[in-house]
Design a protein around this ligand. Structure first.
Ligand code: OKP
Ligand code: ZN
Length: 336
């Protein structure tokens, strides 16, 4: 399987994050990508396809914000990385403020996603990596892997959050649509619900979004991913949420993924994007499922068996020492 990664993705390296009330080392580290790269034996550099495919998903003011935030933060005299901390709660009037503190709250939904002077360049490279894998599949490969980092599925059209800045799965799906693929499905099997991806395609019937994730009644991102969220308008029925309890092991996860795959089969996509997170692993430091390393080839084989041309984009997974084996194992399931 072709694999893509750009070294520029490593330069985003925030120091600390607000985690459950204290500041801890940032979990979404460059070492994650390095561990995966070692385990899969390297990857090709993506071509540069420019900002067009990013602006097909994200708003121009949000892209400008991502580019400017670290500089504005510094110019405001603030130390460290730019971190949102004051949010316009739902229903506040949509003021057009230009103070960096207000912009951060306007374009971020949580305080766990610092922006550094290198964030834009790394997120841009991560998006190019997703696009390279997408075009490999559009050009005839049965499957391709995008070693995306920073990840993407929590980022919406105009907001960041959950370590995510550009929604790489959405950018991949939209690029496939714009290349003439009529129906594209996204299967999100990261531990966390992909609220950004869901929001981006919420009212659309051409991109189906199915997610298996920790029940948001108990886990991040809390406000999205409940089973009664099914899309709206033309998109009604094109969103499927399958929340699972803490402690979930292989049998339940696999059966639930089959449910998602059956729904995707009914939608009949020409291309599948998998948002893959290895934070469903039993030893993940911020998650509470209990999948084992041996489970990943099986889960991947269940997806592979459906026969859809498939783009795999990397999302989460924070047990750095186990990450390489878990990701390599998942990819091996597509070789069968
Ligand atoms: C990104 B991905 C819990 C805070 C949660 C953000 C988690 C983002 C996960 N104390 N921090 O979906 O793997
Ligand atoms: Zn996750």
């Amino acid at each position: 399987m072709q694999r893509f990664f750009s070294p520029a993705q490593l330069i985003h390296a925030p120091a600390r994050e607000l985690h459950n009330g204290s500041f801890t080392d940032y979990a979404e580290t460059p070492a994650r990508a390095e561990a995966i790269l070692r385990a899969i034996g390297g990857a090709a550099e993506p071509a540069d396809r420019g900002e067009g495919p990013i602006l097909a998903v994200h708003t121009p003011d949000y892209v400008a914000f991502l580019k400017d935030a670290a500089r504005l933060w510094r110019e405001a005299g603030r130390p460290g990385n730019a971190i949102p901390y004051a949010f316009p709660i739902v229903g506040r009037r949509p003021l057009k403020l230009d103070r960096i503190d207000a912009l951060l709250g306007r374009h971020g939904f949580d305080a766990t996603t610092p922006i550094t002077p290198d964030t834009w360049a790394a997120a841009y490279a991560s998006a190019q990596t997703a696009l390279a894998a997408t075009h490999a599949v559009l050009d005839g490969q049965q499957a391709a892997f995008a070693l995306c980092r920073p990840p993407g599925h929590h980022a919406g059209a105009d907001y960041c959050g959950g370590y995510c800045h550009l929604n790489v799965a959405a950018i991949a799906a939209q690029a496939a649509r714009d290349a003439g693929m009529e129906r594209v499905a996204i299967l999100d099997i990261d531990y966390h619900h992909g609220n950004g991806t869901q929001d981006i395609f919420w009212t659309r019937s051409d991109v189906f979004y199915a997610s298996v994730h920790a029940d948001p009644a108990r886990d991040y991102p809390f406000y999205w991913g409940h089973a009664d969220e099914v899309g709206e308008g033309e998109g009604r029925g094109a969103t499927l949420n399958l929340p699972l309890p803490h402690g979930t092991t292989r049998a339940a996860f696999r059966a639930t993924q089959v449910q998602a795959l059956d729904a995707i089969a009914a939608f009949d996509p020409g291309l599948l994007v998998v948002s893959f997170g290895a934070d469903t692993w039993e030893g993940d430091p911020i998650s509470r499922f209990a999948l084992k390393t041996d489970d990943y080839p099986l889960l991947a084989a269940d997806i592979c068996d459906r026969g859809w041309p498939t783009v795999i984009v990397m999302e989460g997974g924070y047990a750095v020492d186990a990450l390489g084996a878990n990701v390599a194992g998942f990819l091996s399931g597509f070789d069968g």
